[in-house]
Design a protein around this ligand. Structure first.
Ligand SMILES: Nc1ncnc2c1ncn2[C@@H]1O[C@H](COP(=O)(O)OP(=O)(O)OP(=O)(O)O)[C@@H](O)[C@H]1O
Ligand SMILES: [Mg+2]
Length: 236
């Protein structure tokens, strides 16, 4: 049976293939990939990464999803949401193993961890600097441990509204030495970059990462049937 896409649905095969390639690169190795989809509001960025994430999930990846909202940023919001789902849906035994390996500092990201594991060890932080250091180390170690079982796809939607703490943790995660099989699949509205200094700075750093890809959706793709149209993946 041939299933044809509904009228008005723009096929994103080329973009999906590009994302699938990035996902494949993390499956077998400790590869760390960052693929950011940018474009104007309403071009289909979220739809595209959601479809790619669904395929990665079907292929066995652990998909974690965090999103940002305008004027509603709280510190570490992206990671709190992404890891919150993980904590809510993971067996207690596995959570206990993660706490044993990486301490309880990441409870700062996911307060619900305390209700899943009531006898959590106390934080080892002595001041705010050590708290952040331990939190970042725990988050990296945690994703590394999860990725030993399944490669991790971390979807971060609407990064133009991300809080600075989340962006700092993202930068740390991408730069850290710790082995992790991770694809960060982010979206942002490039028209709002001028108002997002934190994201601009983060992009400048992420671009230096070997596994960085930027996929720009263009406004012309909004209208259907441009046979000469090709997506413009910008590799950095
Ligand atoms: N490939 C597609 N073909 C047709 N319609 C699409 C396609 N992708 C998304 N849409 C539709 O376009 C609208 C906007 O999609 P989406 O929310 O994914 O855009 P976005 O780029 O993430 O927007 P925003 O910048 O506001 O977050 C939705 O109604 C969605 O159903
Ligand atoms: Mg969106």
């Amino acid at each position: 049976m041939t299933v044809r896409p509904s009228a008005g649905v723009r096929r994103r095969d080329t973009e999906l293939a590009l994302i699938a390639d990035a996902a494949k690169r993390i499956y077998g190795s400790d590869g760390r990939e960052v693929l950011l989809v940018s474009g104007e509001a309403g071009l289909g960025k979220t739809t595209l990464v959601a479809e790619a994430a669904r395929s990665a999930y079907d292929a066995g990846a652990c998909v974690l999803f965090g999103h940002c909202e305008e004027d509603l940023a709280t510190p570490y919001q992206l990671f709190a949401e992404a890891l919150g789902h993980y904590v809510a849906h993971t067996e207690e035994e596995q959570l206990r193993e993660l706490v044993e390996a990486h301490g309880s500092e990441w409870m700062r990201l996911v307060p619900a961890l305390a209700s899943r594991i009531p006898d959590l060890p106390p934080s080892k932080a002595t001041d705010s600097d050590s708290e952040r250091y331990l939190l970042f180390a725990a988050a990296v170690g945690l994703l590394g441990s999860i990725s030993q079982q399944q490669p991790v796809v971390l979807v971060l939607d609407d990064l133009q509204w991300a809080d600075n703490a989340s962006l700092l943790l993202l930068r740390h995660l991408v730069a850290a030495e710790h082995p992790v099989r991770l694809l960060v699949l982010g979206t942002f509205r490039d028209s709002e970059l001028a108002q997002s200094p934190g994201l601009r700075e983060t992009l400048g750093l992420l671009r230096r990462h070997r596994g960085f890809t930027r996929l720009e959706l263009e406004a012309s793709t909004r209208t259907a049937c441009s046979p000469s149209w090709r997506p413009r993946p910008a590799m950095h």
